[in-house]
Design a binder for this molecule. Structure first.
Ligand code: ATP
Ligand code: MG
Length: 416
């Protein structure tokens, strides 16, 4: 028996409505802000992620699904959504269109990680990208969209943490300060941190090893090293969030796992998730587009992990309404069954959710099926009903039934 690959999950039909609900809330939230959907390929040239995500990030150094195609090109299944959107923005000349550029995506992403709760090898993201504005208003707009989306899912206890990691000028001084701080401890830190120490010491703050975490809590804060421009920007973002009534805490430990961030970084964390507590994360990446060969274009965005979001909804028992079926059409004999199927088609044409028997079941078995699936009404057609052009419509919640003309069925069902 062939089994599902490790770190992947099926969404079975009985649970699909949960996904569809969250996806609908994602689309509706994004579209309220004028973001339009973008769809880019599931795989891209490996080079895009190496340059876009950054070759000191965990994603590029150890998590990518990379393969050679039959033409000998190195391809990678997308580990995140931003690099592909940025590539498409540049390649399609979208910088010449309406600015700011605002788009969102609903995608699956792939990372070779150790599977555990909230950590999969194929997972799903809802993300938004806003290009062309370096204003604090753009950061606030992106955070407001993220906040509105999470609120729409009705989950509670989610906290917004923000930080600024400055620009490449102020970050350089900070990197030096971090190296000086970590120098006496580096021998006791993990192998990854020793390499991060050389290449990108900020990344050390993001280390998940307990042995390393105990040193990061007392590390110097980026906020003490921000240049004037970065400080003013961060103050602007915080003021706007307060004005918008979006609660946040400043957390100087947040650096994010991707190399491309600058200035604002943020995470929405939930206490319902355990170790993988970040449900949505994002920030500003003003150098990314240029790094990928485009004209310098400021950018800000986020991505939410949909599996983690669904885990919170489940833990908090958030009720999610599923569209219920409207009416089951039962046929008693061969001729009535044919009529049942024709009537079902007419009612579907009217927008109703209708089923009929496909297994040549007895009337009793048809009722059992309709009951199991939650049909509120069952319209029965037998020889006499067929002759009269009527159905005997049974209300499943009471044992009452009524005769309804075939032509009136749609209105009758809607009226109930
Ligand atoms: P983490 O610190 O949990 O590894 P990350 O910094 O790698 O997260 P991002 O690249 O910012 O995550 O991705 C945005 C969101 O996507 C995360 O906040 C999380 O909700 C989700 N996510 C990331 N990796 C996974 C994964 N392997 N499985 C499930 N969800 C994930
Ligand atoms: Mg990660």
């Amino acid at each position: 028996m062939i089994q599902i690959p490790k770190g992947t999950k099926d969404v079975l039909p009985a649970r699909a409505y949960l996904w569809q609900t969250v996806e609908r809330e994602a689309r509706e939230s994004a579209e309220k802000y004028g973001f339009k959907e973008i769809r880019t390929p599931v795989f891209e040239h490996t080079e895009l992620f190496a340059r876009g995500v950054g070759d000191t990030s965990d994603i590029v150094t150890k998590e990518m699904y990379t393969f050679s195609d039959k033409g000998g090109r190195s391809m990678t299944l997308r580990p995140e959504g931003t690099a592909g959107v940025a590539r498409s923005f540049i390649e399609n000349g979208l910088a010449g269109g309406v600015m700011p550029f605002k788009s969102y995506y609903l995608i699956s992403a792939f990372r070779y990680e150790r599977p555990q709760a909230g950590r999969l090898r194929e997972f799903h993201q809802f993300g938004a990208e806003l290009y062309g504005s370096g204003e604090p208003a753009a950061d606030a707009e992106i955070i407001a969209l993220a906040h509105r989306f999470l609120r729409a899912t009705k989950i509670s206890g989610v906290e917004l943490r923000i930080n600024s990691i400055g620009c490449k000028h102020c970050r350089e001084k900070y990197a030096e300060a971090l190296r000086a701080y970590f120098a006496p401890h580096i021998g006791e830190m993990c192998e990854d941190c020793r390499s991060r120490y050389e290449k990108n010491p900020l990344r050390m703050l993001d280390c998940k090893e307990e042995g390393c975490k105990k040193y990061t809590s007392a590390a110097p804060s980026m906020l003490d090293y921000l240049c004037d421009g970065c400080r003013t920007h961060f103050e602007g973002v915080k003021e706007l969030l307060s004005a918008l009534g979006i609660a946040y805490t400043v957390d100087p430990r947040i650096v994010r796992g991707l190399d491309y961030y600058s200035r604002t970084v943020f995470e929405f964390v939930s206490d319902a998730l355990g170790a993988q507590s970040t449900v949505l994360a994002g920030g500003r990446y003003d150098t990314l587009i240029e790094q990928l060969g485009g004209k310098p274009t400021p950018a800000v965005g986020f991505a939410a992990g949909l599996e983690r979001l669904l885990m919170i909804m489940e833990a908090q028992e958030i009720p999610v309404a599923e569209r219920l079926p409207d009416c089951y059409i039962a046929g008693m004999d061969a001729a009535s069954r044919v009529k049942a199927q024709l009537i079902a088609e007419e009612l579907r044409e009217q927008g109703l959710v209708v089923e009929c028997d496909l297994l040549d079941r007895s009337l009793k078995a048809q009722f059992k099926y309709a009951d199991k699936l939650g049909f509120p009404l069952v319209a029965v057609i037998g020889e006499s009903e067929l002759a009269a052009g009527e159905a005997e419509v049974k209300d499943m919640s009471r044992s009452a039934s009524e005769r309804v003309k075939f032509a009136d069925l749609a209105n009758y069902i809607r009226g109930r």
